[in-house]
Ligand binder design. Structure first.
Ligand SMILES: O=C(O)CCC(=O)C(=O)O
Length: 408
């Protein structure tokens, strides 16, 4: 730990008194940020000579003061009180990334109404779905059968949850050994850069895998809304997988049996506005450890971008549609025929953004590897492009990779 004298009202010798001192500083910041006159004076609350290490200590203590688990402040709270973005959120590595300006380039739109009714255009729509999974890894689905009121209710409850005071959200805080709960976006150790977002992540299916400790009681309808939403999305996931199985030349039951009883997780993301939006990232580029992800954007603020031919393509969500992407499990099972594509979320300079991502996974008995029926398709013998392993081995491997990448 360095010399914090530039950061703090006065120098302290022990850790305890340092923390107390930071608490006093935090209170001052709060007073300052509620005082317009001082806001206008342009005073930052630390000067530019403060090192990233000192800043990290400060942020961690600020997080503790604000009551946030795991030592990372809620970005929502930070965004309210900070005038400058702390170094740990600055992501110069993304500043030069090319973002497509061509608004006509959009992911395919699949009309599920054409796939379920035994219609003449069924085969064409199936072919379109196949192409979307193969060439884009992403599509939007319309006429999906999920009742509009269920989606609207879910969006309203999520918005209400994130607008609660921090203390109330903290009742559902993530615990050190669980990935569920309300959390600023990452557990922080080492020098990892942070995303400009908070989230609430909950395992929703199967029902007997739920931990109600993380299910918000406020708004009072949230639990029932989430139950309905997750049940509807489980059905939609099953329907989409069965169309994909047909397109891949598989017996739908063979693919579906791998996902039956698999874990579904719903992650609601909150991206506060950021004046330096081009310098932060809401969600670091990643592909999903999931079978399929179904995403809905809660408000009208755009932010999702997908990587295609070296450029980021902003996705323009269709009202009422779900944005679907192929996850790593489906890519592996299809031996790479379907693509799990890298994506990210950017932040708006003026407005908050919220999204709800539902991740649908294979069950824990599934072998994660190219499916034998795919390798032997059309009487040909395809070489497997991926190793086969148990679900547990796969997850352990991902965890090891993540630790190496972020927490080394
Ligand atoms: O907010 C979004 O649009 C993307 C969210 C996402 O990629 C995720 O939650 O994994």
């Amino acid at each position: 730990m360095g010399d914090h004298s530039r950061l703090l009202p006065r120098q302290r010798s022990s850790k305890r008194s340092f923390i107390d001192t930071v608490k006093i500083t935090v209170r001052r910041i709060r007073i300052r940020s509620s005082n317009d006159e001082e806001e206008d004076s342009g005073l930052g609350f630390w000067d530019s000579s403060v090192s990233p290490e000192e800043e990290e200590v400060f942020l961690q203590v600020l997080g503790m003061e604000l009551g946030v688990a795991l030592g990372v402040p809620s970005v929502q709270e930070l965004a309210k009180s900070l005038k400058e973005v702390p170094t740990r959120y600055l992501r110069p590595e993304f500043e030069l990334d090319e973002v497509s300006k061509d608004e006509s380039v959009q992911v395919p739109v699949i009309d599920m109404g054409k796939l379920v009714g035994g219609r003449d255009d069924e085969e064409d729509e199936l072919a379109k779905l196949h192409e979307a999974c193969r060439d884009w890894g992403f599509f939007q689905v319309i006429n999906h059968g999920v009742a509009e009121e269920v989606i609207l209710k879910m969006k309203a409850d999520v918005q209400e949850f994130f607008s609660l005071p921090l203390e109330e959200k903290m009742e559902y805080a993530r615990l050190p050994d669980d990935i569920q709960g309300y959390s600023p976006s990452q557990v922080v150790t080492g020098g990892r850069k942070l995303d400009w977002s908070d989230f609430l992540y909950i395992f929703t299916q199967p029902r007997d895998g739920r931990n109600m400790r993380f299910w918000p009681r406020v708004p009072s309808s949230f639990r029932e809304t989430l139950n309905q939403y997750s049940t509807e999305l489980e059905k939609l996931n099953t329907a989409l997988l069965s169309f994909m199985a047909r397109n891949l030349g598989l017996e739908p039951e063979k693919l579906l049996s791998l996902f039956e009883g698999g874990r579904q997780g719903v992650r609601t993301n909150y991206y506060p506005p950021c004046k330096q939006a081009d310098k932060v990232i809401g969600s670091t580029p990643h592909s999903d450890v999931a079978g399929l992800t179904l995403l809905t954007q809660v408000n009208e603020v755009q932010g999702l971008q997908i990587k295609r031919n070296g450029k980021w393509i902003p996705i323009d969500p269709i009202q009422g549609a779900f944005i679907v992407n192929v996850g790593n499990f489906v890519e592996i099972m299809s031996n790479g025929e379907y693509k799990s594509v890298e994506h990210r979320a950017v932040v708006n300079p003026e407005k908050e953004r919220l999204s709800i991502a539902t991740f649908n996974n294979p069950n824990s008995n599934a072998v994660i590897g190219p499916l034998p029926d795919i390798l032997g398709k059309d009487g040909k013998k395809q070489a497997p492009k991926y190793k086969s392993m148990s679900f547990q081995e796969y997850m352990a491997e991902r965890l090891r990779e993540k630790k190496k990448k972020y927490y080394a």
